[in-house]
Design a protein around this ligand. Structure first.
Ligand SMILES: Cc1ncc(COP(=O)(O)O)c(C=O)c1O
Length: 410
């Protein structure tokens, strides 16, 4: 079954503009359903939670609904495992401060050199308190992380391994489930940055068996707001960051400084509605009975379409002798997301997007805050990479137009 793009695109009013959005890994377009939910909250329940009057009760119920919806989205065991906040960078910083208090000098953390800085810098900052940070590097030939290299880095002092689910530059999906088993077998925890993965595939924190997982809603068709998952046992055990009188057992609140953004949290229920409708639209009377299974159906369609988009663009880029794809060169949806990066021989990457702008197609170049990766690849002087980041609402026609524009350039 194929994704009905005409129907899909109607859910995103911004797609009616003349622009083609191919910078989705920077931020996706927002679902009208999300915007409607945000308005609904602000226009009819914009009060403080916890009072006895009906409007305050309604606000509380709406926030609880949203947290439960997000727990379903990532398949958390409990809504208490869903911490929300302004950005993934902030959530990982909060986590590093809280986790750091449970580590002692000489303990070790392993980060990668292919992550966004949000999931590196926060951990490196713990070096100040005597934590040793080691770097798990991708191999230069495959541009992939290999478990044998992690093995060599792990020691009895390793407390945490932290890495990205999908690279926001390479597009490559890391086999998190396998890595989590490997890490747990060696008595360490695993923290995963799911920002570049979550717009494309359905997250299942229980199946992956991760200890912590973060994602940003503005890349998953919502507003600038983020989620941090933590296993309940860890969240209960860790010190919080909130006021001294907030109970140690009060999760997720003890990690949410001040009020969490009520309206943006509530807005994300619009994503649940959308995924459910996608399933209904395509599966009719074969629609799965519960929300989580409908999400599985929706993301199945999404990933099939995305693979087709990747295949079209990668086939073109791989056929050009002067172009080097940086990352997974196959379109296979199990191996990559449709975030595709490349460099062109003899061209500074900075010169390319501005020429593509003229075709009303938005792409971009740079290091995308995966600065250590771009430096490791030796691409800093070339202006980093050019990145075309697609999502399921993009069409093959849009990819064809981009290819035509590229043809005029290189
Ligand atoms: C893979 C990845 N991780 C983390 C982030 C940071 O997200 P936020 O802007 O919510 O802090 C980004 C943003 O581009 C990203 O692509």
């Amino acid at each position: 079954m194929l994704l009905n793009l005409d129907k899909v695109r109607q859910y995103f009013p911004a797609l009616a503009s003349e622009w083609t959005f191919f910078d989705n890994a920077g931020g996706s377009q927002t679902l009208k359903k999300v915007v409607d939910r945000i308005s609904e909250f602000l226009l009819s329940s914009d009060v403080q939670l916890g009072a006895s009057y009906a409007v305050s009760q309604l606000a509380g119920e709406r926030l609880a609904l949203a947290t439960r919806g997000m727990a379903i989205l990532i398949n958390a065991n409990s809504f208490k495992e869903v911490v929300m906040g302004p950005s993934t960078t902030m959530m990982l910083k909060v986590l590093s401060i809280c986790l750091g208090q449970t580590f002692t000098s000489g303990d070790e953390i392993i980060v990668t050199n292919c992550d966004h800085e949000a999931n590196i810098g926060a951990w490196v900052a713990l070096e100040k308190q005597g934590i040793k940070v080691k770097v798990w590097q991708i191999r230069p030939d495959t541009l992939e992380l290999h478990l044998a290299d992690l093995e060599a880095l792990m020691s009895p002092r390793t407390k945490l391994v932290t890495l990205t689910h999908a690279s926001n530059v390479l597009g490559t999906i890391n086999p998190i489930k396998e890595i989590a088993t490997f890490v747990h077998d060696r008595n360490a925890m695993i923290c995963v940055d799911g920002v570049a993965y979550a717009p494309h595939r359905l997250v299942d924190v229980q199946d992956l068996d991760v200890d912590f997982y973060a994602l940003s809603f503005y890349k998953v068709y919502g507003p600038h707001h983020a989620l941090l998952y933590g296993k309940e046992e860890h969240l209960l055990r860790l010190p919080g960051l909130n006021h001294y009188f907030i109970q140690q057992t009060d999760i997720p609140y003890k990690f949410q400084l001040g009020n969490v953004n009520f309206e943006l949290s509530y807005g994300m229920l619009g994503l649940c509605d959308y995924l459910s409708e996608l399933a209904q639209l395509h599966y009719g009377d074969k629609t799965a009975p519960d929300l989580r299974s409908q999400m599985v159906q929706a993301f199945d369609l999404i990933s099939i379409h995305e693979e087709e988009l990747s295949d079209r663009l990668l086939s073109y880029l791989n056929s050009k002798p002067n172009v080097r794809v940086i990352g997974q060169s196959k379109a296979d949806r199990k191996l990559r997301v449709p975030t595709i990066s490349f460099v062109v021989d003899g061209m500074n990457s900075s010169t390319i997007p501005a020429k593509i702008d003229q075709h009303y197609i938005g792409i971009r170049y740079g290091d995308f805050y995966a600065k250590r990766l771009i430096e490791y690849l030796g691409l800093a002087l070339q202006g980093g990479i050019v990145r075309v980041s697609m999502v399921h609402y993009n069409t093959l026609e849009e990819v064809n137009s981009l290819i035509e524009a590229f043809e005029q350039l290189f």
